[in-house]
Every structure is written in structure tokens, then in C-alpha cells.
Design a binder for this molecule. Structure first.
Ligand code: NAD
Ligand code: UDP
Length: 336
């Protein structure tokens, strides 16, 4: 298939492009490089030995998208482009609604115009808010606690409504749990700007000596060791989930929703221990107050993806940590 990948230069997008190319699809990337580097695309080309076309454009630029869709005959779109920082979204909610919601609206209206009827959208487990129980199934109540999560929820709803209005459209909403790790080659990985918000890149930077210690946000949660529990999933497993979603469902009309997680939860202290073991480095940490908006535990029931997409996460915690460490050591300053 000829697939347009929005945000394809970013963390999950670049890994997905590798898996799409390895599966024989062609990809075209649209990215405004607000949180990415052209270097990631060059490395995707090196890993796969295939060339990748891209344009530097914003998905809110309707004129640029029209030109693109006019010139190319896309079979489907995988839509990663968006802003993803929960903290920043509480400070700049309008920027998040504009980029994530309005950007998706513009993209979907151009898809409609050019009759490109298949879309896969990056949603998030954040749409479940603080769940009453775990593991989390797709039919759990949806409620979010911050503007970022709200933008995901609004886009999900917009997708459901577009599917109700047009019976030719197929949309797959993939709710990711916590993507971590990097490509086994060590050539592409997560390259956060400034101080990382997320646990794994932060631990990696402590291990490599860029930061003095990890702050652990709370050890008084109702979890086995008191620290927060999450469902960490290897980014390459996640990327393969997109290939399955597009291959299995691009012709199946309607709106389809899947959790992409492993079904297993690990605590912050589990992650520290695993990283320390793999890297051979001590990871100094300090226990701090809980981070506002954090929940105790969150992990998926991933059975639906296994049944319908024939997909399940295969990589272990050791793979995740090994590959993160390999990427971090090879690229201490990311793509710079
Ligand atoms: P990322 O920031 O690495 O990738 C997003 C890409 O989109 C970047 O390359 C950025 O330059 C581009 N972009 C942003 N706004 C754009 C716009 N208006 N026009 C064109 N390009 C634009 O993030 P990621 O971790 O790869 O996440 C990809 C998607 O998955 C996002 O939608 C994110 O919300 C979602 N998601 C991520 C996580 C996570 O923990 N990484 C979890 C759940 C969901
Ligand atoms: N966390 C932490 N210190 C950090 C970053 C995160 O203790 O510097 C904890 C956080 O409280 C949560 C877990 O690690 O329990 C995962 O956080 P992350 O931000 O990676 O993902 P999310 O909050 O989106 O699940």
C-alpha cells in the first residue's frame, strides 16, 4: 500500500515507517519537524535500504495537504502528528486543541475530498483517566484529566461520528500504553527535547551521566512497592501493531478501537532495577511528592488486538531496556 504517515519523523512514526517498509509498503512522510529531525528519516532509509519521501509541512496547512493528495494516490493514512506533553497542555491548552484537534480535522477533510478512506489514529491510554480497575478493556468508561487527553478523546469522538456519517470509511483508533525502547540497530529512538518528562528517557539520561538522579514521583501508591505501575511496551512491537491494523482493517468500514499494550505492569522501581542491571550503572534516585494528575496503576487487557489483528507484544522488559540503553549510548545527544 501507499501510505501517508503524518509525524513520521517522530519517535513512534519513524519506527512504524521501518516496519511498513520492511513489510513491502511505500511511505510518504509529512512532518513539520516541531519535535523531530530530518536525520531520523535518513536513518530509517539506512536501516531499511529503501528511500523515503517527505515534505516539511504542517497538517493544519490545508493548501499543502491538497497539493500532496493531488499528486499522490494514497491508499491510507497513519496519523501520528501531534503534541504530546501533558504538562505543556495544561499551560497551553489552545495550542493543543489547535494542533491535535484542528490538525486532525483538516487532515480528515482533505482525505474526504480525495476519497482516501482509511485512517489509523494514535490515541492513548490516557483516555481511560484513572480507571476503577485494571487491566483496562476497550469498553471501559472514557474520562480524561488534562487537555492533552481531552484532545485525544475529542478526536476519537470525531472519528466515530465521521464513520457514522460515511459508510465507506475505515478508522482504527489505537490506544497506546507506555511506548519505550528503540530500534535494535541503535540508530533510531526517542529524542526528547530538554528535560524528559517520561520515565524511561529520564532513567537513560541518569545512567549515561547526563543527569544526577531520578526523581521518583511518589512511593505511597496502593501498588506492590508503592511506586506507579505502567504497561511499558516496546516501540517496535507498537510499530508492528500499526502494520497489522492497516493490513487487516483498511477495507473494513467503521471505527475500530484497540488497546496496544503488553498486559503486564511494572513499577518505577522495577524499571530502575532493570535499567541498572542492563547498563551496569547505578541509578541514583530520590523519592519526591506525587506528580499532579498521575494515577497509581494502568495496564491493558490486550486480548482484542490479539483476536482481531493477530497482534501481540513479543518483546520483554529486558529487550526494552537493552534497546533504550543501546540507543542512548550510541546517541548521547539524540539526533544532533
Ligand atoms: P513525537 O513528538 O516524537 O512525534 C510526533 C511528530 O509529529 C513529530 O515528528 C512532530 O514534529 C510532528 N508534528 C507535530 N505537530 C505537527 C503538525 N501540526 N504538523 C506536522 N507534523 C507535526 O511523538 P511520538 O511519541 O512519536 O507520538 C506520536 C503520536 O502518538 C502522538 O500523536 C502522541 O500523542 C501519540 N502517543 C504517544 C505516546 C508516547 O508516550 N510517546 C503515548 C500515547 C500516544
Ligand atoms: N515517573 C517518575 N519520575 C519521572 C518520570 C516519571 O517517577 O521523572 C513515574 C510517573 O509518576 C509514573 C511512571 O513513572 O508512575 C510513568 O511516567 P511517564 O511520564 O513515563 O508515563 P505516564 O505518566 O504517561 O504513564
Amino acid at each position: 500500500m501507499r501510505i501517508l504517515v503524518t509525524g513520521g519523523a517522530g519517535y513512534i512514526g519513524s519506527h512504524t515507517c521501518v516496519e511498513l517498509l520492511n513489510s513491502g509498503h511505500s511511505v510518504f512522510i509529512v512532518d513539520n519537524f516541531s519535535n523531530a529531525s530530518v536525520e531520523s528519516i535518513k536513518r530509517v532509509e539506512k536501516i531499511t535500504g529503501k528511500s523515503v519521501n517527505y515534505i516539511n509541512a504542517d497538517i493544519r496547512d490545508e493548501k499543502a495537504l491538497n497539493e500532496l493528495f493531488k499528486r499522490h494516490n494514497f491508499d491510507a493514512v497513519i496519523h501520528f502528528a501531534g503534541l504530546k506533553s501533558v504538562g505543556e497542555s495544561t499551560e497551553k491548552p489552545l495550542m493543543y486543541y489547535d494542533n491535535n484537534v484542528n490538525g486532525t480535522r483538516v487532515l480528515m477533510s482533505v482525505m474526504e475530498k480525495y476519497k482516501v478512506n482509511s485512517l489509523v489514529f494514535s490515541s492513548s491510554a490516557t483516555v481511560y483517566g484513572d480507571p476503577d480497575t485494571v487491566p483496562i478493556s476497550e469498553n471501559f468508561p472514557l474520562r480524561t484529566t488534562n487537555p492533552y487527553g481531552q484532545t485525544k478523546l475529542v478526536v476519537e469522538q470525531m472519528c466515530q461520528e465521521v464513520c457514522s456519517a460515511n459508510d465507506k470509511i475505515s478508522i482504527v483508533l489505537l490506544r497506546y500504553f507506555n511506548p519505550v525502547g528503540a530500534h535494535h540497530s541503535g540508530m533510531i529512538g526517542e529524542d526528547p527535547k530538554g528535560i524528559p518528562n517520561n520515565l524511561m528517557p529520564f532513567i537513560a539520561q541518569v545512567a549515561v551521566g547526563k543527569r544526577a538522579f531520578l526523581s521518583i514521583f511518589g512511593n505511597d501508591y496502593n501498588t506492590p512497592d508503592g511506586t506507579g505501575v505502567r504497561d511499558y511496551i516496546h516501540v517496535v512491537d507498537l510499530a508492528k501493531g500499526h502494520v497489522k491494523a492497516i493490513e487487516k482493517l483498511h477495507n473494513k468500514t467503521g471505527c475500530h478501537v484497540f488497546n496496544l499494550g503488553t498486559g503486564r505492569g511494572y513499577s518505577v522501581l522495577d524499571m530502575v532495577a532493570a535499567f541498572s542491571q542492563v547498563s551496569g550503572k547505578k541509578i541514583p534516585y530520590q523519592i519526591k511528592a506525587r506528580r499532579a494528575g498521575d494515577i497509581a496503576q494502568c495496564y491493558a487487557k490486550p486480548d482484542l488486538a490479539q483476536q482481531i489483528l493477530d497482534w501481540r507484544a513479543e518483546k520483554t522488559l529486558k529487550d526494552m531496556v537493552n534497546d533504550s540503553w543501546h540507543w542512548q549510548v550510541n546517541n548521547p545527544n539524540g539526533y544532533e
